[in-house]
Write a protein that binds this ligand. Structure first.
Ligand code: FAD
Length: 597
């Protein structure tokens, strides 16, 4: 029994319990909602009871890592919160690759949104719907119900907001490669994982049919993964274990014909990780017989072939395949492309926010998680304002004492300074102001100051699109919302170098804890804080302790209400298999009450 099966058994090793009818009584929290069929634009307007007019209306789009983390600790005494998402559950994505091979059940990695709301005394309203348009000029969003596709009904409605929190994640990026949408599988959602699992089994079934040539069998059993990032690599590793531990026993005739190939455009797989992890993974894959094709770009995919161009030689190669899983990078959702056009960000690839997660060019709108990127301000853009603010006596010289007075604010406002100091092994910030021979100086001119800090911005890094970043941003933003009033009178942020006073809050700062990649065969690699890595079999226990803790939290929700033994029982949700795309009208989960009726 491998580690993942063991883990799965722990999660499900309980007798099945009685079903639970979940009653979500939204009105109990004092919020009333109704649909007004006479609304303008032929759409319903969901209005809130005027009971507590002082409360600001917050609309949250998305129930992924960022959205749910924001909701967890938001102070509901100050806000009326409405959540819109086409999925009525939160998915624990790090375990999604394991769902493709059945080592983890899909139902084990979801938490119903209703459950999350219930923990907040039901005071949050949830609409299972997709946001179709953001209208920042009128501070409203237009949504469409995801519950039932019925052309005769008008399922559109609009929600007004005082504050909008956009956490809609990203969609797959095909880089406009022909054939990808039609012939590739993606691995973003629960039902993608289930579809992949079914197709892998179908490939084996086809390969053992009578009358097949050996070549045809090999083609059916060639599993190609495009993208050597963590998702592609974890899927390849899980698939390898699934094939070699389970499927070859069921289909012994074709066991020697199976091939797994990972295609990567860069020179190495996992190239966003430490080099040690990347080469550890490549060696592990070599031992396992997983082929890694680096330095090539996919130019076309058809139902039987994938065409790649070798970067070094320019040669085109056609590779026959049974299934292609496409896992290369993230793209912006059409909803946000339209929004970006409206707010003057139309020429950007991804929605930009400032360091406080406020969308640039738009009032009272925040964006977090995979759908946005922080546009970190360069220190060189503000260098003369910083000098001016620090040079209190206006002497034209900055003394060490004057510099020390603003150092903390500089470090908080421009995180690249700290990274630069580390890279230069400087122990004191004032080391920055030493002369070219390394001697201390009592004071510096603006020119010296500019020169001293001129390389700092080279250390600016954009944050990775990970669950850790999204969750930390959600928690950060809810804290800012909770202390919004206090921030106005008693600001806690750094000095404003280009204006008076201080910023209300500290800017968002990401703290890296640990990033795992499961490489199959009980081997896990982890990137730890402080440029440390951990690799091998022992690392799986670290993996287990981090992920099991999160999963236990999910399961505990079930135990709290009695006989319920799984998340799915608790929520009354059912994962349906569907061939439709994940977002629009993707009916994955339903209320138990619906299916029971
Ligand atoms: C297979 C896989 C494995 C991963 N493994 C790891 C890992 O091990 N570690 C790690 O740190 N990260 C991992 N990630 C990355 C991580 O899942 C993402 O970074 C994270 O999900 C981003 O969170 P988010 O809230 O921004 O977006 P998501 O979690 O994608 O949530 C987006 C939400 O918005 C909703 N939505 C979409 N469109 C609309 C709309 N129009 N209106 C309203 N709502 C909408 C969606 O239904 C969803 O609820 C993995 C990702 C995948 C796909």
């Amino acid at each position: 029994m491998n580690f993942f099966s063991y883990f799965n058994r722990i999660l499900h090793g309980h007798p099945s319990g009685s079903k639970l009818l979940v009653l979500c009584s939204l009105s109990s929290g004092g919020l009333l909602a109704y649909a007004d069929s006479h609304s303008d634009d032929n759409k319903s307007i969901i209005e809130q009871s005027p009971k507590e007019p002082q409360k600001k209306k917050v609309v949250v789009l998305g129930t992924g890592w960022a959205g749910t983390s924001f909701l967890k600790d938001l102070d509901l005494k100050s806000y009326d919160v409405q959540v819109v998402s086409p999925r009525n559950y939160f998915a624990f994505t790090p375990l999604l690759p394991s769902v493709t091979c059945g080592t983890v059940e899909a139902r084990s990695i979801v938490e119903p949104v209703r459950n999350i709301i219930k923990k907040r005394s039901g005071e949050i309203q949830f609409w299972e719907a997709e946001c179709l348009k953001i209208d920042p000029a009128n501070k409203k969003v237009i949504c469409c119900s995801n519950v039932e596709e019925n052309a005769a009904r008008n399922d559109k409605f609009s929600l007004e907001y005082d504050y909008l929190v956009i956490a809609v994640g990203a969609q797959v990026n095909t880089f406009n490669t022909p054939g990808v949408f039609e012939h590739c599988h993606f691995l973003k959602e629960i039902e993608d994982a289930q579809r992949i699992r079914r197709t892998v089994i179908d490939c084996f079934e086809k390969a053992v049919l009578p009358g097949m040539t050996e070549e045809e069998r090999k083609t059916n059993l060639h599993f190609v993964i495009v993208g050597g990032g963590p998702t592609g690599v974890e899927f390849a590793a899980d698939l390898h274990d699934f094939v070699h531990e389970d499927l070859v026993k069921i289909y012994p005739l074709v066991k020697d014909l199976v091939k797994i190939t990972v295609i990567q455009s860069g020179d190495h797989i996992l190239n966003m990780f430490d080099k040690r992890i990347s080469s550890f993974a490549e060696q592990k894959f070599q031992r396992d017989g997983i082929e890694v094709l680096t330095g090539c770009r996919v130019i076309r995919v058809s139902d039987k072939l994938i065409n790649v161009k070798m970067k070094s030689t320019g040669e085109d190669i056609s590779i026959p395949h049974g299934i292609v899983v496409w896992s290369t990078g993230l793209g912006t959702r059409p909803l946000l492309r339209d929004f970006m056009q409206q707010i003057g960000q139309g020429n950007r690839r991804i929605l930009a926010t400032d360091e406080w997660l406020r969308v640039e060019g738009c009032e009272d709108v925040y964006a977090l998680g995979d759908c946005a990127t922080i546009d970190q301000r360069k220190i060189m853009e503000d260098i003369s304002s910083i000098f001016k603010a620090a040079d209190k006596d206006d002497s034209g010289f900055l003394t060490i004492e004057e510099f020390q007075d603003v150092v903390e604010d500089i470090i908080i406002r421009y995180p690249q300074v700290e990274l630069y100091l580390k890279s230069k092994h400087f122990s004191e910030v004032t080391d920055l102001l030493k002369d070219s021979e390394g001697n201390d100086r009592d004071a510096v001119t603006i020119e010296d100051f500019e020169l001293a800090l001129s390389h700092v911005d080279s250390k600016m890094k954009s944050l990775p699109a990970t669950a850790q970043v999204a969750a930390q941003q959600g928690a950060y933003l809810s804290r800012c919302f909770n202390i919004k009033e206090k921030g106005k009178h008693d600001p806690e942020g750094p000095l404003r170098f280009r204006g008076p006073g201080r910023h209300e809050f500290r800017p968002f700062r990401y703290k890296h804890f640990v990033q795992f990649v499961a490489l199959g065969g009980e081997q896990v690699a982890a990137e730890l804080p402080g440029d440390r890595v951990s690799m091998g079999r022992s690392t799986q226990w670290l993996w287990y302790s981090v992920y099991a803790r999160r999963r236990t939290t999910l399961l505990n929700a079930g135990y709290a209400v009695g006989e319920v033994k799984t998340i799915q029982d608790l929520a009354g949700v059912k994962i349906q298999e569907t061939s439709k795309p994940a977002i629009k009208s993707d009916k994955v989960l339903h209320q138990l009450s619906d299916t029971n009726n």
